[in-house]
Design a protein around this ligand. Structure first.
Ligand SMILES: [Zn+2]
Length: 508
């Protein structure tokens, strides 16, 4: 079985922010989940290197576009590497193969009579690089997503793809495929976008205004509209149309933020219909991050969360964990460095790291550093084990992006149970009396074996820390076998590794 997961390709007109980090980390989590289930996986992320915004950013930086793109794309790649995003392919839309295939697709659409030229007057938001209808704007006549940028009035001769003829077919596809957009609330939003006739999609920009882009094959005075070019990356990453792309393409899942639902839910499927390609299997949509208290992040408020700063202070897994646990599906989600630090200290540190440290060190010092031989299990042992196994089993299924926070919370709940069990059983008391010494070994065994199962699940969320912790338990993981959560897999008598502090407490 195959699984192809994509993130949007990001404009490089600024440094990578928390939104970029979020989508790419969630894609990585999905891939680690699929890989654990034995899928053949492909994950792509990368940079959109065309369009007016990038061009203006290069000019502002006083650099040649190529040099500017090289620096900025490198910065994105470094941040994703830092966050352990295990991508298979890092997209650069300036790649010749991609540009050639975009032009080829356009020539085909043009020859089929699907692209027309006409004069267009309208309002344009350079923030989203899209034409806007007056009804799309806020009270100050600005784009809802870019309230700090004035929309420009443009009057231009451009090329357009007629998309209205495909609207009913797309609505029917959404109707026939309930899993096409997830979670369900975005199906409703998408259907609303398709209620009224669609205006022709402008697919060109005159070179005198924008030069950074793919030249139109049928008119060299124009470059391709940046979105039209960018969306096609999802195909060109697979070597489309020359290589055997279909087995991967038929599994594709696009991860997107809710602000780009229209481009991915309306324009992209219609482009694919016009190109006579099959539609993506699934669009998985997430909401946005806002600052603590629900305030929009802004430089003036000083509440912008910089992923690099978080990694420097708290490590990649603190950020991965926070994002995985706290993205809500019903509203925007709050994030700040304080909230991340609190979650790191109180959940990763107190609930997971401390227990590993206490049970591990106790075993090491009292039992020669080896996993204890358990006696007969008691009902309280069995109850705990059942709970931990159930939480782990959530990670042995093919899950959706929107399932991640619930699954992580179930693991944290299992850690709570484990801590309560360890405190109630109090092995440090049991060891003192020869009559209860066997019970002490059982409690230590059950605790460490359950921790192992929690950590094997956490490999999909916080891979570096989980692998470090598993090494402390003396277990190694074979990524070439399909993972199935099992109790009692920890071998009695096997040596533990050195028990270190997994999540050292970090105060401001
Ligand atoms: Zn905008």
């Amino acid at each position: 079985m195959k699984s192809y997961v994509t993130t949007p390709i990001y404009y490089v007109n600024g440094s990578p922010h928390i939104g970029h980090a979020h989508t790419s980390v969630m894609a990585d989590i999905l891939m680690r989940n699929r890989a654990a289930l034995g899928y053949d996986c492909k994950l792509t992320t990368g940079c959109d290197e065309h369009g007016q915004k990038n061009q203006e950013a290069a000019e502002k930086a006083g650099l040649e576009p190529a040099e500017y793109l090289r620096q900025r794309s490198g910065e994105f790649q470094r941040v994703f590497d830092m966050l352990d995003v295990n991508y298979d392919f890092f997209v650069h839309t300036s790649r010749p193969f991609h540009k050639e295939q975009v032009a080829r697709a356009e020539a085909k659409l043009y020859d089929a009579g699907l692209i027309i030229q006409k004069q267009y007057r309208g309002l344009y938001c350079t923030g989203c690089e899209q034409f806007k209808k007056p009804s799309d704007l806020n009270d100050e006549n600005r784009c809802q997503d870019h309230p700090n940028i004035d929309v420009e009035e443009l009057d231009e001769l451009n090329y357009f793809l007629r998309i209205e003829p495909y609207r009913q077919r797309l609505l029917q596809h959404i109707e026939d495929n309930p899993g096409f957009v997830k979670p369900a609330k975005y199906v409703k939003e998408l259907k609303q976008m398709l209620e009224e006739p669609l205006e022709d999609l402008c697919i060109s920009r005159p070179k005198r205004r924008v030069s950074l882009g793919v030249e139109l094959p049928f008119d060299t005075d124009y470059v391709t509209y940046v979105w039209f070019d960018a969306l096609i990356n999802y195909l060109t990453n697979l070597g489309w149309p020359e290589e055997d792309y279909q087995p991967w393409w038929s599994t594709v899942e696009h991860l997107i933020g809710k602000d780009i639902l229209k481009t991915h839910g309306v324009y992209w499927p219609i482009m694919l219909m016009a190109m006579e390609e099959t539609l993506p299997r699934q669009l998985s949509v997430h909401g946005h991050w806002v600052g603590a208290g629900g305030l929009k992040m802004s430089k003036t408020l000083g509440n912008v969360v910089d992923p690099v700063e978080v990694v420097d202070q708290l490590g990649a897994d603190a950020l991965r964990y926070y994002m995985a646990r706290n993205m809500r599906t019903d509203s925007d989600s709050q994030i700040s460095i304080d909230l991340i630090r609190q979650a790191y200290n109180s959940e990763l540190g107190n609930k997971l790291g401390n227990l590993l440290s206490r049970a591990g060190k106790f075993t090491s010092s009292k039992y020669d550093g080896c996993v204890t031989e358990p006696g007969a299990l008691q009902p309280e042992d069995e109850a705990l084990r059942a709970e931990v196994l159930a939480a782990a089993q959530g990670f042995a299924k093919h899950f959706e992006m929107s399932d991640i926070p619930t699954l992580v919370r179930q693991l944290v709940d299992a850690c709570d149970q484990l801590n309560e069990y360890f405190a109630a059983q109090a092995p440090w008391g049991l060891i003192k009396d020869p009559a209860t010494e066997e019970r002490c070994r059982t409690v230590l065994y059950v605790t460490l074996d359950c921790l192992r199962l929690v950590l094997e699940s956490f490999r999909q969320i916080i891979p570096t820390s989980a692998d470090r912790a598993l090494a402390m338990l003396g277990t190694e993981f074979d990524d070439n076998t399909v993972w199935a959560p099992q109790l009692s897999a920890l071998k009695a008598g096997a040596p533990l590794g050195e028990i270190e502090t997994l999540f050292p407490r970090i105060t401001e």
